[in-house]
Design a protein around this ligand. Structure first.
Ligand code: GDP
Length: 327
């Protein structure tokens, strides 16, 4: 088979035929941080076909241990049984800091990883959030060109990763837990603002009652928040990724959210997201350059001492840093 470094257009062609090794190669190409590879990756992306119908892009977030990988295993199986082709991507903020990962390890989804109608791609093992956001949105295009019609983008609810993922998907699903009584855990306020659907997971066995009570309470709270707003109010469901109980209701809710957006609404949302991502990438690149900038680095320690000693104020120090950066 052609190699992307020699013939990116031919690799793009094989991607369109669903060739798994071409898909893997293409994702490697776009994840490459070597500046020489950029024009080749661009050629590859330009040669990809666009799907006839918009695909279904779903973000899935929740704290470690909430059951994301177990959920994605069953959800992916249900969808492939139903004739869908499912791509799974991960945005893992832990791997960016430490090079180790919480997400994205293939063994987390052993069944889906070998399912011929699914493609599981672990999170890039390093890079900044901006870099990972870029490669994730490009990997999404590659999978879509290869005929995957449902793309699940998984992320841990840490830092900026979920807001980044929210700007790449049509529907953002948040998985939560009800551990003791009706006390909700692992649901940060900011997350609820970006969630389109909330599902209280592990609603099985002895946990089922508590999960349902928690879901009712959260639903009531959300209705209050959304009072006077005549649009989509995120439904709060309960499900069990482990037993598969009510995961079909999560899929139905995704469909309802899509219907609520409508065709034009979906396209408008995607265009807006593309524009937001554009700026996110510019900001991320600038931040990287700032961190790497030699003049800024040379200045940093000295300036820090001056600020600590009270010799110079923050605004002046910032001006100096910017002057060094612009030089
Ligand atoms: P992740 O870190 O969010 O991906 O969570 P995992 O899917 O790895 O699950 C963490 C633990 O919770 C594992 O021991 C799972 O077996 C268990 N678990 C996951 N989903 C469920 C569920 O729906 N019900 C129950 N009872 N346990 C679950």
């Amino acid at each position: 088979m052609a190699h992307w470094r020699h013939d990116p257009e031919a690799v793009a062609q094989s991607v369109s035929q669903g060739d798994r090794s071409a898909i893997a190669q293409s994702i490697t190409a776009i994840e490459s941080t070597n500046p020489k590879h950029r024009p080749l990756a661009r050629r590859l992306l330009d040669a990809l076909r666009t799907p006839d119908e918009p695909t279904i892009r779903v973000g899935i977030s929740g704290v470690p241990g909430v059951g994301k990988s177990t959920f994605i295993e069953s959800f992916g199986r249900m969808l492939t049984d139903d004739g869908h082709r499912v791509g799974v991507l991960a945005v893992d903020p832990s791997s960016m800091r430490t090079g180790g990962s919480v997400l994205g390890d293939k063994t987390r989804m052993p069944e889906l990883s070998v399912n011929p109608n699914a493609f599981v791609r672990p999170s890039p093992s390093s890079g900044t959030l901006g870099g990972v956001a870029k490669s994730t949105s490009q990997a999404m295009r590659i999978l879509e060109a290869a005929g995957y019609d449902v793309i699940l983008v998984e992320t841990v609810g840490v830092g900026q990763s979920e807001t980044t993922v929210a700007t790449m998907v049509d529907t953002f699903l948040f998985l939560g837990l009800a551990r003791t009584g009706d006390q909700l855990q692992g649901i940060k306020k900011g997350v609820l603002e970006i969630a389109d659907i909330v599902a209280i997971n592990k609603a099985d066995g002895e946990h089922e009652r508590a999960a349902k009570a928690a879901a009712r309470e959260l639903q009531a709270a959300l209705r209050m928040v959304y009072t006077g707003h005549d649009g989509w109010v995120p439904p709060v469901l309960t499900c069990s990724g482990l037993t598969g109980l009510r995961i079909d209701e999560v899929w139905e809710a995704i469909g309802r959210h899509r219907d609520d957006l409508g065709e034009a609404g979906l396209l408008a949302k995607r265009h807006q997201q593309e524009w937001e991502l554009t700026w996110k990438l510019v900001r991320a690149e600038l931040e990287d350059r700032l961190a790497r900038n030699k003049a800024v680095r040379a200045l940093r320690n000295d300036l820090k001492r001056q600020v600590f000693d009270g010799d110079i104020a923050a605004a002046e120090a910032a001006d100096e840093i910017l002057r060094a950066f612009d030089r």
